[in-house]
Design a protein around this ligand. Sequence first.
Ligand SMILES: Cc1ncc(COP(=O)(O)O)c(C=O)c1O
Length: 383
Amino acid sequence: MSLFNVYPLNPIAITKAAGSRVWDNKGQEYLDMYGGHAVISIGHTQPHWVKRIEDQLHAIAFYSNSVVMPIQEELATALNNISGKKDFQLFLCNSGAEANENALKLASFHTGRKKIVSFKKGFHGRTSLAVAATDNPSIVAPVNETDNIVFLPFNDITALQKCFAEQGTSIAAVIIEGIQGVAGIYEADDAFLQAIRKCCDDFGAVYIADSVQCGYGRSGQFFAHDHAGVNADIYSMAKGMGNGFPIGGILIAPHIQAKFGMLGTTFGGNPLACAAALAVIEVMQQDHLIKAAEEKGTYLMNALKNTEGVKSVRGRGLMIGFEMEAGLEELRKVLLNDLKIFTGEAKPNVIRLLPSLAISIEDINLFLTGLNNAIQVLKQKKD
Ligand SMILES: Cc1ncc(COP(=O)(O)O)c(C=O)c1O
């Protein structure tokens, strides 16, 4: 049987990983500045994370959500502490799309309304409502098309306020990434997030902070939305949450009340996933990785700004995008094929860096040297 061919693949089979390094099946080593698409938060195969999962595997891997699970409660407490969202409630699922799907459904249940405000170029996942709220018609199947989503320009307070003035009483939720990832690393302005908070308060709508990619410490705060100094009503999380073990979840403000049967899942919150997520938080706290993300991100961004051939640099912490000057379109390929460095991309010409928050300064310097070399190689080819 063949695999369903939906991914344009690099012809590289990664079979081993540690920290910010991965190796292919021929033993070739690579530097991972991509973190498996922002998923690797504390480092590949981090020893405490491996042990926590191993120990849990020997105790119990799975039981359904029909029984009390102390490890879920332990995770909820750990999340309250690390996020600072003290009285928030936790619902666990398995992925980012599912987290947003549940967040949007919950907002609709809570308000009794149907309209969702979303933003141009945003990405929220591929399940039915999440994909409908994603501004990319090519991934929306006809069955997922709906008139319930309003797409507004990103960071445009006037358009937001106009939309609320016209239809605020039918708006269930506003969903927004703190830093747009797939779009190419665009930060939401603090004033914009504050305006969303105010509109939601004035009209009784739910503010959903999609923190699937920009959350979990990557920006230098636990949630990138925290930089704006206002709380959202629901935070969706996934990627960095399990460091590669599939887990997602939503943090839900205390004023939103649960009802039996409102949300549900078979696998969400299983003990193995909770063990992985607890290990991530424990390592983040012990090694001060959120502060490290801020410091190393600032170092990396400053260095990029002074790199010949780099046109612009965007982002916060270790969620960085940089645009290259014309003629350097092949840079990502040269980095991977010649210098053995994985990076991410955003069309048309942005390189995205989403490394582990535990990456060392030595590895960052290695990347910067590689980048300079790759730029020189391409410039020489051009001349
Ligand atoms: C901001 C954002 N939301 C949601 C998702 C969907 O997450 P998943 O692929 O785990 O469903 C992604 C994935 O890239 C994302 O970047």
